[in-house]
Design a protein around this ligand. Sequence first.
Ligand SMILES: *[C@@H]1O[C@H](CO)[C@@H](O)[C@H](O)[C@H]1NC(C)=O
Ligand SMILES: *[C@@H]1O[C@H](CO)[C@@H](O)[C@H](O)[C@H]1NC(C)=O
Ligand SMILES: *[C@@H]1O[C@H](CO)[C@@H](O)[C@H](O)[C@H]1NC(C)=O
Ligand SMILES: *[C@@H]1O[C@H](CO)[C@@H](O)[C@H](O)[C@H]1NC(C)=O
Ligand SMILES: *[C@@H]1O[C@H](CO)[C@@H](O)[C@H](O)[C@H]1NC(C)=O
Ligand SMILES: *[C@@H]1O[C@H](CO)[C@@H](O)[C@H](O)[C@H]1NC(C)=O
Ligand SMILES: *[C@@H]1O[C@H](CO)[C@@H](O)[C@H](O)[C@H]1NC(C)=O
Ligand SMILES: *[C@@H]1O[C@H](CO)[C@@H](O)[C@H](O)[C@H]1NC(C)=O
Ligand SMILES: *[C@@H]1O[C@H](CO)[C@@H](O)[C@H](O)[C@H]1NC(C)=O
Ligand SMILES: *[C@@H]1O[C@H](CO)[C@@H](O)[C@H](O)[C@H]1NC(C)=O
Ligand SMILES: *[C@@H]1O[C@H](CO)[C@@H](O)[C@H](O)[C@H]1NC(C)=O
Ligand SMILES: *[C@@H]1O[C@H](CO)[C@@H](O)[C@H](O)[C@H]1NC(C)=O
Length: 456
Amino acid sequence: MMVLFIRTGAVALCVSRVMAINLNITNLTSIQEATGLILSGLMDYYQGYKKGGTVGMFTNPYYWWEAGGAWGSLIDFSYLMENDTYVDVISTSLQYQTGEQNNYMPLNQTTTEGNDDQGFWGLAVMAAAEKNFTNPKDPEKAWLALAQGVFNTMAARWDVAHCGGGLRWQIFQWNMGYDYKNSVSNGCLFNIGARLARYTGNDSYADWAEKVWDWMEEVELLKLQENWNLWFVYDGLNNTNCSHVTEIQWTYNQGLMLNGAAFLCNYTQEEKWCNRTENLLAGSVVFFNRTTENPVMYEAACQGATKSNCNNDQRSFKAYFARFLALTSVLVPSTRPTIDKYIQSSAVAAAQSCSGGTDGHTCGLNWSWKGWDGYWGLGEQMSALEVIQSLRVHDRPGPLTASTGGSSLGNPAAGFGTSNRDAEPLNLTSKDKAGAGIITALIGVSLTASFVWLII
Ligand SMILES: *[C@@H]1O[C@H](CO)[C@@H](O)[C@H](O)[C@H]1NC(C)=O
Ligand SMILES: *[C@@H]1O[C@H](CO)[C@@H](O)[C@H](O)[C@H]1NC(C)=O
Ligand SMILES: *[C@@H]1O[C@H](CO)[C@@H](O)[C@H](O)[C@H]1NC(C)=O
Ligand SMILES: *[C@@H]1O[C@H](CO)[C@@H](O)[C@H](O)[C@H]1NC(C)=O
Ligand SMILES: *[C@@H]1O[C@H](CO)[C@@H](O)[C@H](O)[C@H]1NC(C)=O
Ligand SMILES: *[C@@H]1O[C@H](CO)[C@@H](O)[C@H](O)[C@H]1NC(C)=O
Ligand SMILES: *[C@@H]1O[C@H](CO)[C@@H](O)[C@H](O)[C@H]1NC(C)=O
Ligand SMILES: *[C@@H]1O[C@H](CO)[C@@H](O)[C@H](O)[C@H]1NC(C)=O
Ligand SMILES: *[C@@H]1O[C@H](CO)[C@@H](O)[C@H](O)[C@H]1NC(C)=O
Ligand SMILES: *[C@@H]1O[C@H](CO)[C@@H](O)[C@H](O)[C@H]1NC(C)=O
Ligand SMILES: *[C@@H]1O[C@H](CO)[C@@H](O)[C@H](O)[C@H]1NC(C)=O
Ligand SMILES: *[C@@H]1O[C@H](CO)[C@@H](O)[C@H](O)[C@H]1NC(C)=O
């Protein structure tokens, strides 16, 4: 459906500058100008400080989870573009939405929050730790500890009673989708686990990531296309029939698994994970329009050949995919030639789509379209921003770890109200091989704790 463009309310504020974007991918000034304009359009959707707004939340109709995604895009912007304009806004928002237990389950969201929603805020704080984003004063809200809080509470929901394992989509029984186990929820656990392993050097997290992968492969949410050596990631399955997989493919699921595998390849140096990274990248080909010499990213499941029916959530998926691809090209250098090509041609296509709206730099959905296609929204701005700023990924240091200069405080028991007041910065030099049993024990305890909390 092609929507008519009517700028209303908050979005109409930015009408003064009329400027189309002319991107030169090898010119830093040009990338700065493009991302600056696109980001100013993105921030029109943030009214957190205005009357009626909530700190950390974007305007209606954008859900809480997408705010977690958007703050992740802004963390990337700050880091890749070396621009601290929004650092305070990002930091305040991430800290305001943590919830009482510092695990991204704020009371306002708990009736609707799913594992994937929580996971996207977890991804944002994990990136903050890896990018040495300015540390919060309160050690309870240290980025690493928050990511651990998300990881621990998600892992505690692992459900072996149906289909042999996996996280459900929903956290609460009363929500539609409680009987559905999807790749985005499990992919978030996998991705965060892989990154915590690399950041902390604690192999318990890697063991968890592997467990998630194995289960997803077992139930065929992850499917190797035998004759081509490429992995596809499918949407999910219903607990009522474990062999009935919904075979829809989304960019962000492919990206979550690809990037998690890349972190594990980088950390473990195991051929298994490096090969999986390569083959997930090979599977990513389905999300690029290759009818021209320059492959352009698109959301294949809802951007059809002639019409699009992507909802608000789905219109932001390309942002995460671009982010995950770019990180992968740094972590696993052999993927770089393919990914650079994907990012560069998609960035050019995205930039030229950002020529709409009353501000002249509203981004469209279909990057193969010549000019702006009439779509607009938070997701469109985020996607264009991430793919363009990703051009800078090789000009900046890769994700840090506790032993390469990351300074975020950790708390292995975070997420259940355990204090972090006396935390010391992690300074691990060798891998902790003894953790696997401990995490299982911890989770046995935590399950009871969170169960009680659920009833309240
Ligand atoms: C793009 O920028 C580079 C370096 O800043 C410059 O050498 C090149 O001529 C520019 N290309 C175009 C088409 O303007
Ligand atoms: C780089 O881009 C800026 C901004 O568009 C432009 O003013 C400048 O001339 C470009 N530099 C080169 C070498 O093309
Ligand atoms: C930093 O970002 C802001 C906000 O998007 C922008 O206005 C400004 O031009 C950027 N600064 C540089 C040096 O790119
Ligand atoms: C929760 O909702 C209330 C009422 O809308 C708002 O004042 C408060 O800031 C919200 N808190 C969070 C963490 O979103
Ligand atoms: C799962 O299957 C049950 C029984 O067929 C059905 O009622 C439910 O709506 C399904 N859930 C999802 C999320 O598709
Ligand atoms: C479960 O799904 C599979 C694959 O779609 C199907 O062949 C099978 O009949 C289903 N089983 C039941 C009990 O519905
Ligand atoms: C990579 O994985 C594929 C699929 O499992 C396998 O066929 C191939 O031999 C592996 N390659 C290497 C180098 O391990
Ligand atoms: C891919 O790009 C070509 C050329 O612009 C276009 O004709 C085709 O419709 C595009 N396909 C999709 C799925 O957007
Ligand atoms: C995207 O743009 C291309 C090029 O104009 C066009 O062929 C294709 O139909 C468009 N796709 C959608 C879903 O509108
Ligand atoms: C691991 O990632 C870093 C970037 O953080 C990169 O410089 C390094 O080359 C990678 N290691 C290997 C073995 O690929
Ligand atoms: C990370 O930040 C801390 C605290 O600001 C600083 O001491 C440290 O040097 C930074 N690390 C890197 C690699 O920049
Ligand atoms: C490693 O992680 C596990 C699981 O979170 C935790 O129980 C254990 O204390 C951690 N070990 C260290 C040395 O931090």
